[in-house]
Ligand binder design. Structure first.
Ligand code: KE4
Length: 428
């Protein structure tokens, strides 16, 4: 049985940094990444056979836990019928219908293979539909690695301290306006300056790439008001929050707090694929009709709507609609963060935490931060030693203080209790 260290050395010889996505390399927290051999329910097992309570869940998709029997059965059956045809299938219709049933702000949806592809396409669609070039994003929000969106992104880039990715040309970034999250004054000023040039605003409704920062109600209301007033489209990037914070995503949560609130374009990923490569973007019919083959906005994909991935996503969406699913998931997540807050208080550690549905975040500071600059003031040394102490205790938290955490339906009371017991020693 090869050790994690041996696997990391071998991986690093053939894969840049030994990983296929930077955050997995543990560069932010130090140490050797764990090479995962398998997952089962709330647990993942590394190459050395060590078990971890998994609070990554593949960065959101594994809301049911690993290896849910109904999902495994659906995927196995679909795979036996064929992996990919490059032709339309009924199951793509079923998944589209299921998503539209749960997200009333959309009339139509297009399936793609990753969140990056979905947000890239959503920006192009907004530009094509409005005939405008500029768009607004917010520092600390990450929307995937399309050139125009890799401008002061949060998440992986924030972890490496590169506010703008190498290789993004000035031309590619020229139309991206980057503002401070939750800053209504800046937003008003940007619309005053660029209003009729803005195709859209793209925002994470709860910024999971700054760990866990909510859009304030004044901020979200201003986004909707200003987009409407200036003819810009409001794009909600729900790749992480969609079907994770609530059955109808964060937009359902905000619609309960802001009467009539709805985005113009929504982007989904992660949970809708159930762990397989699948994402989506959608809007009202009059916007979606701009997409090829109907309209002039080109967008395509060999594996878009893949038969095996759609089976996985559909089975997952059907499970999370069962009565009481989100109530139970939310209660479990609240118990986790309330427990961590209590442990931090007992140990005299500055701490704040928040959660919505099955997504949570915590900060080693007394108040919840409202923007990227504040998140950046976190005591990284203290976070990193907490992370490693928990990892050694068999609890796998996000290996970067800029990432959110995720609870699944498979996490038991015993798992939460074990996590809190480990934190009593680790949270110092
Ligand atoms: P992907 O291209 O990684 O499927 O999705 C990009 C994306 C878009 N929008 C939001 C809100 C996202 O959180 C993501 C991807 N999230 C990261 C976790 N912070 C994926 C993990 C990784 O990069 O390895």
């Amino acid at each position: 049985m090869a050790s994690n260290t041996e696997l990391f050395e071998r991986a690093s010889r053939v894969i840049p940094g030994g990983v296929n996505s930077p955050v997995r390399a543990f560069r932010a927290v130090g140490g050797t990444p764990r090479f995962i051999a398998r997952g089962e329910g709330a647990y993942i097992y590394d190459a050395e056979g060590k078990r971890y309570v998994d609070y990554i869940g593949s960065w959101g998709p594994m809301i049911l836990g690993h290896g849910h029997p109904a999902v495994l059965e659906a995927v196995t059956k679909a795979a036996a019928e064929g992996f990919s045809f490059g032709a339309p299938t009924e199951r793509e219709i079923e998944l589209a219908e299921e998503i539209l049933k749960l997200v009333p702000s959309m009339d139509q949806v297009r399936l793609v293979s990753s969140g990056t592809e979905a947000t890239m396409s959503a920006i192009r669609l907004a530009r094509g539909a409005t005939g405008r070039a500029k768009f607004i994003k917010f520092e600390g929000c990450y929307h995937g690695h399309t050139d125009a969106l890799l401008v002061k992104a949060g998440s992986g880039l924030a972890t490496f301290g590169h506010p703008t990715s190498a290789g993004v040309t000035p031309g590619a970034a020229a139309d991206t306006v980057v503002l401070e999250y939750n800053n209504v004054e800046q937003l008003e000023a940007a619309f005053a300056q660029y209003g009729d040039q803005l195709a859209c605003v793209i925002v994470e409704p709860i910024a999971g790439n700054m760990n866990f920062v909510r859009a304030s109600l004044p901020f979200m209301s201003a986004l909707r008001r200003l987009c409407t007033a200036h003819g810009a489209l409001l794009v909600l990037d729900e790749v992480m929050t969609g079907f994770r914070v609530a059955l109808g995503g964060a937009q359902a949560h905000y619609a309960r707090l802001i009467p009539g609130f709805a985005p113009d374009i929504s982007v989904f990923g992660k949970v809708i694929g159930g762990g397989m490569p699948l994402a989506a973007f959608g809007a009202r019919r009059e916007v979606m009709q701009h997409l090829a083959p109907l309209g002039g906005v080109y967008q395509a994909g060999t594996l878009s709507g893949n038969p095996v991935a759609t089976a996985c996503g559909l089975a997952t969406l059907r499970e999370i609609q069962k009565p009481g699913f989100f109530e139970a998931l939310s209660a479990k997540t609240c118990q986790l963060i309330d427990g961590l807050s209590a442990v931090a208080a007992e140990n005299g550690v500055p701490f704040s935490a928040d959660s919505e549905g099955g997504m949570f975040g915590f900060f080693l500071m007394p108040e919840l931060p409202q923007n990227y600059a504040t998140v950046m003031t976190t005591d990284k040394t203290r976070f990193n030693s907490f992370f490693h102490a928990m990892l050694d205790a068999g609890v796998y938290l996000a290996p970067a203080l800029y990432e959110a955490g995720f609870v699944s339906a498979a996490h038991s009371q015993a798992d939460i209790d074990a996590t809190l017991a480990a934190a009593r020693t680790a949270l110092r």
